[in-house]
Design a protein around this ligand. Sequence first.
Ligand SMILES: [Fe+2]
Length: 390
Amino acid sequence: MKRFLVRPEIYHGSNALSYLEGIEGKRAFIVTDPFMVKLGIVTKVTDILEKKHIHYDIFDEVEPDPSLETVKKGLNQIIYTKPDLLIAIGGGSSIDAAKAIMCFCIHLKEKFVDTHSIKKPWFVAIPTTSGTGSEVTSYSVVTDKVNNIKIPLNEALMIPDVAILDEELTKTVPPGVTGDTGMDVLTHALEAYVSVQACAYTDIYAEKAIKSVFGYLLRAFKDGNDMEARAKLHNGSCMAGIAFTNATLGINHSLAHAFGAKFKLSHGRSNAIFLPYVINFNAGLVNGVVKNLAVAERYASIAKILNFPAATASEGTRSLIEGIKVLNAVLGIPAAIKDMNISKDEFEGCIPEMIEGVLQDICTGGNPIHVSEKDIDGLFREAFKGLDRL
Ligand SMILES: [Fe+2]
């Protein structure tokens, strides 16, 4: 048996922020980052709250890859303010931080008071980048910056009640971030599509998200004011989120979590670099022959949807890898880790610790192919030096 959960309520399109004009509440707690305040995006929300006489407090200390320390700071503040509305504004980091703050707050209260008397605040997520899909997922990733490890959390109570997808809010995202986050969308959708938990429902969302990335990412990358492309990507990001929160992810994310934490690289870019290698590994593609036919057929069906050559499972897998390589190249994402100013010695010295991270990562269990320590070691080494056949 498999479960497909559809949450939250989604308001999308230009001016979707007007949903807030009908919101009920007495006290709001806003979780965001300093750039959202500076860009005036937080003011768009607080103007509405003020008109409705809803008191609000702003926690604007979220940094990229939010740390445990930041979550603790927010926790101290939310305990004090006792909001009935929680509003996260920003990229995945702000939404992830808000989720972790709320989750830790509820678990803390459970230790001291009767669980029936604990009220979860109405949680509204307003993403301003098109990438993590965090506005519809039960996942949050916080970083232990002391030990350089990512801590993925997964609890149903962290799924927002409302997601507001207003593409106007993504207009100022610079090209590099648009590219990286767009590749995160693609990775979510592809991993959900081949996951052991994939089903007909998650496939629908994953397929649509993949089409939106291949159809519109380069347009949004080249022209941030292309609002049609921005809207398609914003919805695609959300759809990929719906797919993976139900179907889970795979080792591409586990590798990216371990590598990104160690070498301080953005999440989307880390995912993008590993994608060709992980697809090659999962399909078991060697000398044009696929060892893992069922997985390769899944990749080939994506290739068909994209109108790439896919007469056989092997050809479809190869053309999908080729399409991703081209996309990465145009977005300025390196094909191999060796091209990133990281020395071989430094990288190889980190492999044992990164393998440990991958083995413990909650995403690893969703991968369609079981991975051994040796497999992970091989994938890290391949992604470092690049493979001629890729
Ligand atoms: Fe991701």
